[in-house]
Design a protein around this ligand. Sequence first.
Ligand SMILES: C[S@@+](CC[C@H](N)C(=O)[O-])C[C@H]1O[C@@H](n2cnc3c(N)ncnc32)[C@H](O)[C@@H]1O
Length: 284
Amino acid sequence: MLSYRHGFHAGNHADVLKHLIFQFVLQYMGEKERPYIVVDTHAGAGAYKLEDEFAQKNKEFETGIGPLWNADRADMPKAVAEYLDVVAKFNKEDGFDDLVLYPGSPWFALNQLPMDGKGFFHELHPTDFDLLRQFIRPNRYRKAIKGDGFELSMGLFPPAQKRGVVIIDPPYEIKDDYDRVVQYVKDVTKRFKGAVILIWYPVVERYRIDKVEQGLKRTGVKNIALYEFNVAKDSHERGMTGSGMILVNQPWKLPSAMAEVLPYLVKTLPGDNNDFRAEQIVPE
Ligand SMILES: C[S@@+](CC[C@H](N)C(=O)[O-])C[C@H]1O[C@@H](n2cnc3c(N)ncnc32)[C@H](O)[C@@H]1O
C-alpha cells in the first residue's frame, strides 16, 4: 500500500511545474509583512540526491529540471529563473555548485517562510517520515507530523495568522485520493476562507481529472485556476503523460507569469507532444 517513494521522481517535469508554482506563491505571500503558515499535507522526505539509486533508476530529472538547468538564462521567464535560483541555493548550502541535490516541497517552504511563519509537514510513509524529521529539524515554528495529512492537518484551520498556503500533493496510487482532495478543499475553505490552496495531480487517466474538476466546481468554492503541462497526448497505456496544479485563491500575478512559463516549458522540455492548459475553472 505504501509503495510510492518520491525519490524515484525527484526533479521530473511534474516536480518542475509543482515547485515553480509553489515557489511563486510563497514569494508572493512574502511580499506582505504579515506572517503566514504553510501546511504540506504530503511532504515526502524533504530532499533528494540525484545520484542515488532511486533518482538514477529512471533519471526522470533529465527530462525535468535537467534541461532547464542547462538552458540559456537570457531566454527564460523570470519565474523559471527564480525557481532555478532556489534550487541552486539549496545545492550551494550543501557545498555544490552544480545540480546534485533536488529539494522537496518542505524546503521550498522553509526557505521562504518568515521568522514568525510556521510550517506543518505531514508524511505517512515511516521511512520518508524519519528522513523528513531529520531534514526539517522540528522546533516551535516547524513541525513534522506522522500520519494522514488530510486528517491531521484539519485542526490547523483557521490559523491565528489568518494567512496560509496549503499544498496537497498525494501520490494518487490509492484512487480515493482523487475524491479526498475535493472533500479536503471543501472542508478547509469552510474553516479558512482565505486559504491559498495548491493541489497537484498527475494526468494518467483523464476522466479522473475531469471528475476532480467537476467535484471542485460543485463545492461552491470560488476562484479556482488550473495549470497543466503535458509531454504526450492523453493515453491509458503509458502512465503519466503530464501533470497539473489547481489553485484556490491564486495570487493575482500568477496568470500572467504562467502565460510565459507554460509555453516556455513546452518548447524547452523534451516530450512527444508537449502542450499545456491554463484555465480559470471557477471565477472569483
Ligand atoms: C508526491 S510525494 C510528495 C512530494 C513532496 N510534496 C514534494 O513536492 O517534495 C507524496 C508523499 O505522500 C505520502 N503519503 C501518501 N499518502 C499520505 C497521506 N494520506 N498523508 C500523508 N502523506 C501521505 C507518500 O509517502 C509520499 O511521500
